[in-house]
Design a protein around this ligand. Structure first.
Ligand code: S3P
Length: 427
């Protein structure tokens, strides 16, 4: 596909709903008792994988546009699926559902696409085995297809997370909700806390003190009404677009600003970007954010901010190509086990367009500012790499061809249309 060409972007955009919260809304709705209604559900491939998996587990879910109604089955009301549960490309579905299925009277098999089948699942299997779950990967590995065997008892766990991962934390929390006794989880760094927030929202009890989380099971949850805010990880592409493109001003409406997710806003500030919150809804943790063309300076990104912006690093690397000086991104080795190796894919594709960028063991070093030229690039089948490359196309008049643009449907099916809409607004 030939990427859309534009020099500037102007206008207002409501970005799609948050992916992490949409996944969890379906999961909590299914394991709670009573009805759950989700407003502004993200209709993208990953979240539809979650929705379909719970339908296959016998949960009554009605999906009408962005509104989803779930008749909660409770942990004990799930039914065996007739065939393997298809996780598609979704790491979040796979990892979180393992915690839910760890104590069921039936066997489940989880399958996924080629990328998912290469992603590490030992990080989930190991703590769940410690809790007495019966889980293994294909041919005695820890890779998908994953088999979860029937099991009627889970121990609580005291676990220090070896990686900063909300997916691992969440899988353990779903199992801990079904275990007999107090579980204690200590995070390596604080990661997105949507699971903890939703346990409270659905009437459960959880104690969080810094990096330490305590939860006593078993607990029963009650269905709720959820309104999902916009995804800051989707907004990130337009935040960077507004900052790097000339004569641009973009307003992003209803962006989720949960503090465990807003690392990109801190980086934009550090790099001197012109952004401001126009209006904030503190209760819903959402805000309207305006960003405009900026003179950018390099920065250092590492340590505890990394989990707060982990999915934004490819587009932050693009931002850094337009900043004066050398930007260093470190402590981000987790990027190697995302939908693709995002350290390598980001460097490889941006170099094709003229960026000066080096890979390191745990991140990237980017020298800026650099001028871009056209070329042939690939998303590597990774939604966030594909979208980042469309933003890169703002920086050259020469044509850029993108291979595998369809990958954007994983989190943002209407991404190219939304980009186009901001060009049209400019006239
Ligand atoms: C997610 C957690 C993060 C993130 C992913 C979504 C979640 O993964 O990269 O896109 O919803 O819990 P890790 O937990 O592997 O860091």
């Amino acid at each position: 596909m030939k990427l859309h060409q534009a020099k500037s972007l102007n206008g207002t955009l409501e970005v799609p709903a948050d992916k992490s919260i949409s996944h969890r809304s379906i999961m909590f709705g299914a394991i709670a008792k009573g009805e759950t209604t989700i407003h502004n559900f993200l209709e993208a491939e990953d979240c539809l994988s979650t929705l379909k998996a719970f339908q296959d587990l016998g949960v009554h879910i009605v999906h009408d546009d962005k509104t989803v109604t779930i008749q909660g089955a409770g942990f004990d009301g799930l039914k065996p699926a007739e065939k393997p549960l298809d996780m598609g490309n979704s790491g979040t579905t796979t990892r979180l559902i393992m915690g839910i299925l760890a104590k069921q009277s039936f066997q489940s098999v989880l399958i996924g696409d080629a990328s998912l089948s290469k992603r590490p699942m030992d990080r989930i299997i190991e703590p769940l085995l410690q809790m007495n779950a019966k889980i293994h990967g294909v041919n005695d590995t820890t890779y998908a297809p994953i088999t979860i065997s029937p099991n009627n008892y889970l121990n609580p766990i005291h676990y220090v997370l070896p990686v900063a991962s909300a997916q691992v934390k969440s899988a353990i929390l779903f199992a801990a909700l079904q275990a007999n006794g107090e579980s204690k989880i200590v995070e390596k760094e604080i990661s997105r806390n949507h699971t903890e927030e939703m346990i409270k929202q659905f009437g459960g009890s959880i104690q969080v003190e810094g990096k330490t989380i305590r939860l006593t099971g078993p607990q029963e949850l009650t269905g709720q009404t959820i309104t999902v805010p916009g995804d800051i990880s989707s907004a990130a592409f337009f935040l960077v677009a507004g900052a790097v493109a000339r004569n641009s001003k973009i307003v992003l409406k209803n962006v989720g600003v949960n503090p465990t997710r807003t690392g990109i806003l801190d980086v934009l500030t550090d790099m001197g970007a012109n952004w401001t919150i126009l209006q904030e809804d503190v209760h819903n943790q959402s805000a309207d954010i305006e960003i405009s063309s900026s003179n950018l300076v390099a920065t250092e990104i590492g340590g505890d901010i990394i989990p707060r912006l982990i999915d934004e690093i490819p587009v932050i690397a693009l931002l850094a190509t337009q900043a004066s000086g050398t930007t260093v991104i470190k402590n981000a080795e987790e990027l190697k086990v995302k939908e693709t190796n995002r350290i390598d894919a980001t460097a490889k594709e941006l170099r094709k367009l003229g960026a000066s960028i080096e890979t390191t063991q745990d991140g990237l070093i980017i020298h800026g500012p650099t001028a871009f030229h056209g070329g042939q690039v690939s998303s590597h089948g990774d939604h966030r790499i594909g979208m980042m490359l469309q933003i890169a196309a703002l920086l050259t008049d020469e044509p850029i061809e993108l291979e595998h643009p369809e990958a954007v449907s994983i989190s943002y099916p209407q991404f190219f249309d939304d980009f186009d809409h901001l060009i049209d607004k400019e006239g």
